[in-house]
Design a protein around this ligand. Sequence first.
Ligand code: G3H
Ligand code: ZN
Length: 278
Amino acid sequence: MQLVNGFTLMDYAEKNHLVLPAFNTTNYELTAGIIKGFEEAGLGGYIAISSSNLKLSSPKIIADMVKSVMKDISTPVALHLDHGKSFEDVKACIEAGFTSIMVDASHLPFEENIKEVKRTVEYCHFYGIPVEAELGAIQGKEDDHISNEDAKTDPNDVLEFVQRTGCDMLAVSIGNVHGMDLAPNLDFPLLQKIAELSPVPIVLHGGSGIPFDQVRKAKASNLIKVNYGSDLRQAFIRTFGEAYESDHNEFDIMSLSKKAINNVEARVEAIIKEVNNH
Ligand code: G3H
Ligand code: ZN
């Protein structure tokens, strides 16, 4: 199957009453595990890569790899830029064939956040690609980005932000955290208030560590997408770590890579099914 356009994927989620998981990749093994996991679960979603992770490779390398691995599957998957940190990254990803974009200007003051998102939306919509934007700041560690700021999304800003930016999905800060070091503590009344005010569906970052029943509960608040990064990275790293721990002379990178793919695939399949009670 070819990569699916982000708007098409959003329609698919709405029609089928699904929450779409977005899984962050870094390399071939994570990519293969993620795509196989989607196929095994029989449901669609996002494969994503963050701006900071793109420093390791490039939008084109990632897009070519994902497209090539996607050939063997039949479930709809969009390729998403996660936490897009610059307009240059956004343009490079669109050019490489990404089908969904996030611009993260949440660290900027309100008016500057709006300005940055608005110009990204104008650019991406010209190419028929949807844009996710973030309002409020999410605490924790995301790749090489560490945020100590815990600024929950202010519901009073939501409608104005979405209307003035034209964004298609809204990432919120409601006690969700990035990484495994902090414990999430979701504020459901706040989420519900935001959802009632937002004309677009909601995105939850920091999926790793959020109990699945809470993700399912958030679905009632127009949740369309939930992001997973650390969970899969641990499944990948653990494979090599355990092999090294049991034998310091271990050097069979090929069979360990295959094992890592299988371990990532199993996590992806389990997460997709848990999130959607499938
Ligand atoms: O954007 C990516 C996610 O928010 C990943 O968060 O590593 O806590 O699952 P996580
Ligand atoms: Zn995130």
